[in-house]
Write a protein that binds this ligand. Structure first.
Ligand code: PEP
Ligand code: MG
Length: 600
């Protein structure tokens, strides 16, 4: 992403009009006046070398800062819990866990005692080192935990240097906050009425601060290079959180364009809200199950708000990620229950831990592999570590006594994997029965279809399960032998590749033939521009992030099933991704599919 040159200069008396680009993390359009500030203003640190005799005193100061910071965090947690609900407050549990992470304290102590640094410098260096280790990870979910770590580090530094007095977070009405990095504890305390939008130089799609901005419906642009230098406090801004643009001191003609756009979006938003209680059904009456992909309790809340038919994919990695050790069975039950409670009687499909390759847990190091994405991961990894699998299966089974939950296995390689995984469920059931602990003996079991082998064996696999969930993020990676995390080969990562569509068609056909629910839940399912094609390929069940669900429902309700089937069959005759993209683009320009994402 690059900054565009000034659009025009407006003379000495007028501020310069410019437009800069960023990545949309939370949708919406807003205007306001810029307030530029580093939310993690690096408090200037006086670096000095200490005497050996001062080491113990510095450690004492650090421990006192931990206590003070925890008190502040608990107060904040309580306030957020009261104002915004438990789901948002829970983010601060993760921060308290970071605060007590032994590796943070150990690193600080080593720097004070061995390198003889004063505690402020030691803390700053420890946070930089640990955050850099996170930042090097491939998986964005893990990488973005670096922001949580820096947030905790910042609060600790305040406790050390400013006696814990927080920075003022009061902003005038109509502020667009422009900052280097947005900390979760900062966005949690922002006055939503005063802040219209946020523009951030760093950030991430799955960062906690992004989740909080989305929950507040606050437009957020991330990865806006040099925003804090290009934008000045007092600049008038239009933040286009659809196109990923920030207009700085825009000319009247640009403003008029946005008057029109805002009126349009307002009408669209009102229309979408009207869909919440309408059925997810094509124009000609075919019911399509619309379930949410979730990772956190907050997502379940959002899914319930848009009346999702259930949770199609609960990625439990987040539960494990927020800890510094494997959560015991009781803790897992509590966490899954907190999520399932929000879905009332709708099914929640809990995917057992899917780690390995780019998804790593700091406390569970894996042996080095030359090709980790072809190595020990997903169900394979769980079968090799039955103690991890058993604890999770027991937790889900125990919850099934009171909640409508199902078990989903990731990255299934074939029938052997699946049978071994099902045998593990039977062992967990036998153990619980022997202990007199209740569970649902008929708990439903599903398999994720994410590997070419699973697609080829689909006619057999479908007979082994109650439902299928097609993970296109990985399926595209493995079918096209293209790393989903590599920017080098991003051009080859093509969900609309004919091989992918042939594979999807095959899965949908077998599922229909066996009257088994097959839901498509990778990122491509969340793009309303693909809705008609996916319906036409035979999927009657769809996943999506909660924020995408009304757009998808809108696209479903605009689809005629017969026409979708004919269209999908035409698409299946094409030989290249480009032909397929052109064909979808051309068709969507003639249909109303909402204002959602477009064909890339
Ligand atoms: C997928 O691979 O499409 C999927 C849904 O799983 P994840 O993105 O968590 O690997
Ligand atoms: Mg996957």
């Amino acid at each position: 992403m690059s900054n565009a040159p000034p659009m025009h200069d407006s003379g000495d008396s007028q501020p310069t009009a410019r437009m800069i680009l960023g990545e949309v993390a939370s949708f919406g359009v807003a205007r306001g006046t810029a307030v530029v500030r580093g939310c993690v203003e690096n408090t200037p640190i006086a670096r000095h070398v200490i005497e050996e005799s001062e080491g113990a005193k510095e450690i004492e100061r650090f421990d006192a800062a931990i206590v003070k910071t925890e008190e502040g965090m608990l107060r904040l947690r309580q306030q957020i819990g009261r104002d915004r609900g438990e789901h948002e407050a829970a983010i601060f549990d993760a921060h308290i866990a970071i605060l007590h992470d032994p590796s943070l304290r150990e690193t600080v102590i080593a720097l004070c005692t061995t390198s003889k640094l004063n505690v402020e410098t030691a803390l700053s260096e420890a946070i930089d080192t640990l955050a850099a280790a996170f930042a090097r990870l491939n998986n964005p979910c893990f990488r973005e935990r670096a922001a949580d770590l820096r947030d905790v580090g910042h609060r600790l530094m305040e406790a050390l240097t400013k006696d814990g007095r927080p920075e003022s977070l009061c902003f005038p009405d109509g502020t667009v906050l422009v900052t280097g990095e947005l900390m979760p504890s900062v966005i949690a305390q922002l006055d939503e009425k005063a802040i219209r939008a946020v523009v951030v130089e760093q950030g991430g799609q799955t960062a906690h601060s992004t989740i909080l901005a989305r929950a507040r419906g606050m437009p957020l642009l991330i990865h806006v290079p040099d925003a804090t230098r290009t934008i000045h406090t007092g600049d008038r801004l239009i933040v286009d959180g659809w196109a990923g643009r920030v207009y700085i001191n825009p000319k009247p003609e640009i403003q008029r364009e946005y008057d029109r756009l805002e009126a349009d979006l307002q009408a669209h938003k009102t229309a979408l809200k009207g869909l919440i209680d309408l059925p997810s059904m094509t124009r000609d009456g075919t019911a399509i199950k619309l379930c949410a992909n979730i990772g956190k309790v907050a997502d379940a809340v959002a899914a319930a708000k848009v009346n999702a038919d259930g949770v199609g994919l609960y990625r439990t990695e987040f539960v494990f990620l927020a800890q510094d050790h494997f959560p015991p069975e009781e803790d897992q039950i509590q966490m899954y229950r907190a999520t399932a409670n929000h879905m009332e009687n709708r099914e929640v499909r809990i995917r057992v831990l899917d780690i390995g390759s780019d998804k790593l847990l700091s406390y569970f190091p894996l042996a080095w592999e030359a090709n980790p994405s072809l190595g020990i991961r997903g169900t394979r990894l769980l079968l090799a570590h039955p103690e991890i699998l058993q604890a999770q299966l027991r937790a889900i089974l125990r919850l099934s006594a009171t909640h409508r939950v199902a078990i989903l296995f990731p990255m299934v390689g074939g029938v052997e994997d699946l049978r071994a995984a099902k045998a593990a469920i039977e062992r967990a059931k036998a153990g619980l029965a022997a202990e007199g602990k209740p569970f649902n003996p008929n708990i439903r079991v599903g398999a994720m279809i994410e590997t070419p082998a699973a697609v080829i064996m689909i006619a057999k696999l479908v007979q082994e399960v109650d439902f299928l969930s097609v993970g296109t993020n990985d399926l595209v990676q493995y079918l096209l032998t293209t790393d989903r995390t590599s920017s080098e080969v991003a051009a080859y990562y093509e969900p609309l590749h004919p091989a992918v569509l042939q594979a999807l068609h095959r899965v949908a056909n077998e599922a229909t033939a066996h009257d088994t629910d097959a839901s498509i839940c990778g990122e491509m399912a969340g793009n309303p521009a693909f809705t008609e094609l996916l319906l036409g390929l035979g999927f009657r069940s769809r996943g999506g992030n909660p924020g995408e669900m009304l757009e998808i429902k809108n696209a479903i309700r605009a689809t005629e099933m017969q026409a979708a089937t004919t269209f999908a069959h035409q698409i299946l005759q094409l030989s290249t991704s480009q032909e397929i993209k052109d064909s979808i683009r051309n068709r969507n320009t003639h249909r109303e599919t909402g204002k959602g994402r477009k064909v890339p």
